[in-house]
Design a protein around this ligand. Structure first.
Ligand SMILES: NC(=O)c1ccc[n+]([C@@H]2O[C@H](COP(=O)([O-])OP(=O)(O)OC[C@H]3O[C@@H](n4cnc5c(N)ncnc54)[C@H](O)[C@@H]3O)[C@@H](O)[C@H]2O)c1
Length: 288
């Protein structure tokens, strides 16, 4: 199946990144948001990233302009009506994602493949909200999308060979290394990572060590590029909480139970980098 036009639902940190790398790879891209203000913010973040890449000499001005001209922002899901592949990258909430998949199923051409960038939720649940479960799969990108090389491709019990092949060749065409996983909570990476993030938060909560020492333990002791608390701030504490809850709901294991501190920080709007405060303080807030 040939993919010419890509749709991305949600222009937050992941959706914006997916739209950006797809446009840079030569695809026409439609990216949606829930309102004009969030769309403008998402498109501005893409433009700023591309400007920085150009200033650093990683991108020519004409490649940047060409990528921007291939990007169309919208607040109307009907604009996905000519897409061959649509990747959903909204918040980590299964009911919302099922609703979006149901809508996409009605709007998109019959041949279109529908994918979710979910970090942990069941892809088959989203697939069953459509009339085309064989054309649904998971495409789990990593943050920041333009920088991180990995793509986890999630194959459900119903994903067809053609859909799987289309997802794999699309991932490779945008420069990602594709690994394949079954449709199980957290897939490969988050199943390993999230218990570690939650343990780090529990260590901070119970006063085992300071945030700096917990993070230095893993950066200097294990050569991780970021410590678990700084990484949680990068991911977004709301997203970490959503993922922990969904792993806990499926596995019912104490290791996935979200620490109270995490829940309280999310309630108070301390979501990490995107709001300017999380385990650390950051200069600029995205005002979510
Ligand atoms: N943050 C990460 O490190 C990371 C990594 C891999 C996967 N994910 C997954 O990607 C998804 C998005 O995460 P994020 O970090 O980009 O979150 P985010 O909060 O930055 O962005 C989500 C965006 O979706 C928009 N949105 C919500 N409902 C919508 C709708 N109906 N139509 C269009 N847009 C809508 C929101 O306005 C928001 O801008 C989640 O499922 C998350 O689990 C996140």
């Amino acid at each position: 199946m040939e993919i010419r036009q890509v749709g991305v639902v949600g222009c937050g940190q992941m959706g914006g990144g997916i739209a950006q790398v797809s446009a840079l790879a030569g695809y026409r891209v439609v990216v949606s948001e829930i309102n004009a203000q969030l769309l403008a913010r998402g498109m501005a973040a893409i433009a700023a990233f591309l400007d920085k890449s150009t200033a650093r000499g990683n991108l020519t001005p004409s490649d940047k302009d060409a990528a921007m001209s291939r990007l169309q922002g919208t607040t109307d899901m009907k604009d996905f009506n000519d897409c061959d592949l649509v990747i959903e990258a909204t918040v980590e909430n299964l009911e919302l994602k099922k609703k979006i998949f149901g809508e996409l199923d009605k709007i998109c051409p019959e041949h279109a493949v529908l994918a979710s960038n979910t970090s942990s939720l069941s892809i088959i649940d989203m697939a069953m909200a459509t009339s085309r479960p064989d054309r649904v799969l998971g495409m789990h990108f990593f943050n920041p999308v333009p920088v991180m090389k990995l793509l986890e491709l999630v194959r459900t019990i119903a994903t067809s060979d053609d859909t799987f092949a289309a997802g794999k060749s699309f991932g490779q065409s945008i420069g990602k290394t594709v690994i394949v996983t079954q449709d199980t909570p957290g897939f490969i990476v988050n199943r390993l990572l999230v218990p570690q993030l939650l343990n780090a938060i529990r260590m901070l909560e119970t006063g085992v060590a300071t945030r700096e020492d917990i993070d230095a333990g893993l950066t200097l002791g294990l050569n991780h590029p970021m410590g678990p608390l700084a990484l949680s701030d990068l991911i977004g504490l709301d997203t970490v909480l959503f993922i922990a809850n969904s792993l806990y709901d499926e596995f019912k294991e104490a290791q996935h139970a979200p620490p109270v501190l995490l829940a309280r920080m999310v309630t108070s709007g301390r979501l990490g980098r995107k709001t300017g405060t999380g385990f650390y303080e950051y200069g600029k807030s995205r005002n979510v």
